[in-house]
Design a protein around this ligand. Structure first.
Ligand code: GDP
Length: 351
């Protein structure tokens, strides 16, 4: 554990000690169900913790609020850094809360595991939404958590839903892997684009365009409006070339300005149309069930991996076998088989 992770765990432990008499599982669950944002934030901190005892407490809390979760529409929002995600979410979120719709914002930060840094957490973001009584804004975890960032975000979604949030916005930076992660936990996936920048410049891969339920060319204001309209038309043409989707949804391509609010309400209308169509044709529930299965499989894999590498005997053989594979003395398959055998023998001798 790094120093900062250590400090974080210590501060959570301190918090739990200081709150021991006040915050049982029951009290945390009750606070969440009452819509108390402070309690919700504390529960999410436990979800993100690296310590097993925090995770166990969080699991119990989630278990007790689970029947009250699941009722929101979960929207994933992605796009390259600078496309205007936080400005968009602020504007979209404020539009929703002005209509009385309780809105939560969660972030998935793919930089966390690699650099221990945070792209999303660096700047002060969504200032107005953060203080809106109908909103809850949660910055990304600043380090990997038990079961992975994806798991923490999925559990946080459930907690937010139990706290009565009707729309959950899951933001991620469009830099690769994270889109796939987020697609697996949302109902509707929105890709923000820029006009005047080629797809390669934006780093948008065809696969990511295919995942999107809506492509929105952002910053359609001032002189940029005409360019944005042209880009949206070009994307519309490109979308027509994609095969018909199994869920029968035809992805939309539109324009908006997060800055002045143009097109923001239309995006909400599109989300509502999507929800209505997908509920009536059964795909909404089907997608969620498939996602739950994927989540379970992901967790099993993560736990098996962690168990495998936690074995001292595996660790002490790993370097040598890795070297043999790198030097071409053993195939990766043979190396993995050898390590697996070492692992299995160790499990047998433990039992
Ligand atoms: P993020 O990195 O994707 O979250 O992007 P930000 O929301 O931080 O925006 C990046 C920059 O683009 C900032 O300087 C914003 O003021 C600007 N910006 C964001 N949305 C708009 C928009 O709709 N129109 C214009 N003209 N600028 C915008």
């Amino acid at each position: 554990m790094s120093n900062s992770e250590n400090a974080k765990s210590k501060s959570i432990t301190r918090f739990l000690k200081s709150q021991r008499n006040n915050y049982s599982v029951r009290d945390l669950a009750k606070g969440i169900l009452k819509g108390d944002n402070k309690v919700l934030a504390k529960a999410i901190t436990l979800v993100e913790s690296n310590l097993n005892k925090h995770k166990e407490l969080a699991t119990q809390v989630i278990h007790s609020v689970l029947p009250y979760s699941g009722k929101s529409i979960r929207i994933g929002i992605t796009g390259v850094p600078g496309v205007g995600k936080s400005t968009f979410i602020e504007s979209f979120g404020k539009m929703l809360t002005s209509q009385g719709v309780k809105t939560a914002v969660l972030a998935v930060d793919p930089s966390s595991n690699v650099t221990k840094g945070s792209i999303l957490g660096d700047k002060t973001r969504m200032n107005q939404l953060s203080v809106d009584p109908l909103a809850f804004v949660r910055p990304s975890p600043s380090s990997g958590c038990l079961g992975g960032i994806g798991n923490a975000t999925r559990e946080s979604i459930l907690l937010c839903e139990a706290a009565g949030y009707e729309v959950i916005l899951v933001e991620t930076v469009g830099v690769g892997q994270s889109e796939y992660l987020v697609k697996e936990m949302v109902d509707f996936f929105l890709l923000l684009m820029l006009s005047g920048a080629g797809d390669e410049i934006q780093g948008i891969k065809r696969g990511i365009m295919e995942m999107a339920d809506s492509l929105v060319v952002n910053k359609a204001d001032g002189e940029n409006q005409i360019l944005a309209k042209k880009a949206a038309q070009a994307y519309r043409n490109a979308l027509h070339l994609f095969p018909m989707r199994e869920d029968l949804w035809s992805p939309k391509s539109t324009i908006c300005s997060g800055l002045n609010g143009t097109g923001i309400e239309d995006i909400w209308k599109t989300v509502q149309q999507f929800k209505e169509q997908q509920k009536s044709n059964g795909w909404f529930d089907h997608r969620r069930k498939t996602q739950s299965r994927t989540w379970l499989n992901d967790l099993i894999e993560a736990q098996l991996g962690a168990f495998f590498y936690s074995k001292q005997i595996v660790q002490s053989n790993l370097d040598q076998i890795t070297k043999q594979v790198i030097d071409g003395k053993k195939t990766p398959y043979a190396g993995s088989q050898e390590l697996m055998q070492i692992f299995l023998n160790s499990v047998k001798s433990d039992s």
